[in-house]
Design a protein around this ligand. Structure first.
Ligand code: ADP
Length: 494
């Protein structure tokens, strides 16, 4: 009987299931969006039961669509939106409150109170004191949902990020685990000792009995209850979305780096078996735990990437589909001196300037829509380059190759700009579904579906590579122009 791997991709706006064969070909896909709940300005929640229902619904649909049964599935791997926080009752499985989503800013004052401890937090977790991470969200639930702190202290409630929640439910409440790549995003986990940290839990007043057992990203956690798919299927892989994408892009070795060009942009650099602290505003995170070893990564993100292209399309009405940005930008041979700074939501690493706003410089009577589109595409590249140089400064190593995925990575002009400005070779694989592929690889390795990392590398096909065509002088000039534009945009808010 043919065997496949089932990847569950639990994202921020939809739950998806993708069934892969050994070569990474997609056998079946099912996807379902779920409700985004905005109870107040800046608050974002999901219904954890809806996440569970849509995720299982797509899993069953994906099997059905391809005429497969549970017996065709060698293993299940999970990848998920990170940091999103669920608390549920150990006996009934009922969530005590909606899942608080990573984007939710309700715990800004908790994070502000942690600021004096930031050096300790950074040293232990690799993170900043920010409401983004799960710890303050969990503390908020215990502080605001009546009775939960007492119930949690009595051992009646459990905490988990989304992979933990799904595994617990899929195993019928038998298995309460969190993989290292998710656990390290809670701000409660010491990435050096691989243990939940008493001091951090104490700061946020979190009973440690509600925390899941930390586990590697590729291991047999448990089996699905037979009622779900007609029989038991081993669950053997789990990783947060960005780390799964790093793995899915086969960035297995120290120095390997990937960039995901989606709504925002996430850059992750594999730093090998040692955590590298950042002096340039990047996060230090666990990439994965595999075969008794832990790989670390430096992570940087850009808030506005493809979102700038959406803005050109929807607000500026410059074109109807994002793909047109490429032909329009290619119709002029330069930006004619125009720079766009897409700081619509402030600037992240290495600037960390939440007050910054978007700006455009160098406009003349001759400036056209095409110049602005070209300058916007280039701005995505410059933002990425700023992260790459921050990583180079932190590691003391030159980046020479960059692997790319995400919707906007299909824009050839954008990729050529990146190769030019960052002076790197860019590799785009045939499948840019790297997040779910990463989950499939973790799951497949644990059951011998893949023999080794070399086996996976051999299965990957490169679609296109890009190399720099720009001289050093021109590269420097362009980057200097960008940095002048960023500084000018930042000066505007005083
Ligand atoms: P997400 O997973 O964050 O929703 P995707 O990886 O699906 O994002 O990528 C979609 C984003 O990429 C959108 O913001 C869109 O504007 C942008 N995008 C898609 N295709 C192109 C293209 N050819 N050129 C530039 N941007 C694009």
């Amino acid at each position: 009987m043919e065997q496949y791997i089932m990847a569950l991709d639990q994202g921020t706006t939809s739950s998806r299931t993708i069934i892969y064969d050994k070569l990474g070909n997609i056998i079946s896909v099912a996807q379902k969006e779920f409700t985004q709940i905005f109870p107040r300005e800046g608050w974002v929640e999901h219904d954890a039961m809806e996440i569970w229902a849509t995720q299982m619904g797509t899993a069953q649909e994906a099997l059905l669509n391809a005429n497969l049964t549970y017996q065709n599935i060698a293993a299940i791997g999970i990848t998920n939106q990170r940091e999103t926080t669920v608390v549920w009752d150990k006996k009934t499985g009922e969530p005590v409150y909606n899942a608080i989503v990573w984007q939710c800013r309700r715990t800004a004052d908790y994070a502000a109170r942690l600021k004096p401890h930031e050096d300790m937090i950074r040293a232990k977790t690799g993170l900043l004191a920010d409401p983004y991470f799960s710890g303050t969200k969990l503390a908020w639930i215990l502080d605001n949902v009546p009775g939960t702190r007492e119930r949690a202290s009595r051992g009646e409630l459990l905490f988990g990020t989304i992979e933990s929640w799904l595994i617990w439910r899929m195993t019928g409440g038998k298995v309460h685990v969190s993989d290292y790549s998710n656990a390290c995003r809670t701000m409660l986990f010491d990435i050096n000792t691989l243990k939940w940290d008493e001091e951090l839990c104490g700061l946020l007043n979190i009973p440690m009995c509600m925390l899941p057992e930390p586990v590697e990203c590729s291991a047999h956690y448990g089996d699905t209850v037979p009622q779900l798919f007609g029989g038991p299927v081993p669950i053997t892989g789990a990783a947060g979305d960005q780390q799964a994408a790093l793995f899915g892009e086969a960035c297995f070795s120290e120095g390997d780096i990937k960039s995901t060009y989606g709504t925002g942009n996430f850059l992750l650099l594999n730093t090998g078996e040692k955590p590298v602290p950042s002096k340039n505003g990047l996060l230090t995170t666990i990439a994965w735990g595999l075969n008794g070893k832990v790989n670390y990564a430096l992570e940087g993100s850009v808030f506005i990437c493809g979102a700038a292209i959406q803005w050109l399309r929807d607000q500026m009405k410059f074109f109807r589909s994002a793909e047109e940005s490429e032909t329009l930008a290619a119709s002029v041979d330069s930006t004619a001196g125009v720079y766009v700074v897409p700081a619509f939501a402030g600037l992240g690493a290495p600037y960390w300037d939440p007050e910054a706003r978007g700006a455009m410089f160098g406009i003349t009577r001759g400036t056209t829509r095409e110049h602005i589109i070209r300058a916007t595409l280039q701005s995505l590249v410059y933002q990425n380059e700023d992260l790459i140089s921050a990583m180079e400064a932190d590691t003391g190593r030159q980046v020479t190759t960059l692997k790319v995925d995400g919707g906007a990575a299909l824009n050839n002009l954008l990729m050529q700009f990146q190769a030019d400005i960052s002076d790197v070779e860019i590799i785009r694989y045939k499948s840019i579904e790297s997040t779910s592929l990463g989950a499939a690889y973790f799951a497949g390795l644990a059951v011998g579906y893949y023999d080794s990392l070399a086996d996976i590398i051999a299965s990957k096909k490169i679609e296109k590579t890009y190399r720099s065509t720009l001289g050093e002088k021109e590269r420097k000039e362009k980057l200097e122009g960008w940095h002048r534009a960023v500084n000018a945009a930042r000066a505007f808010h005083g």
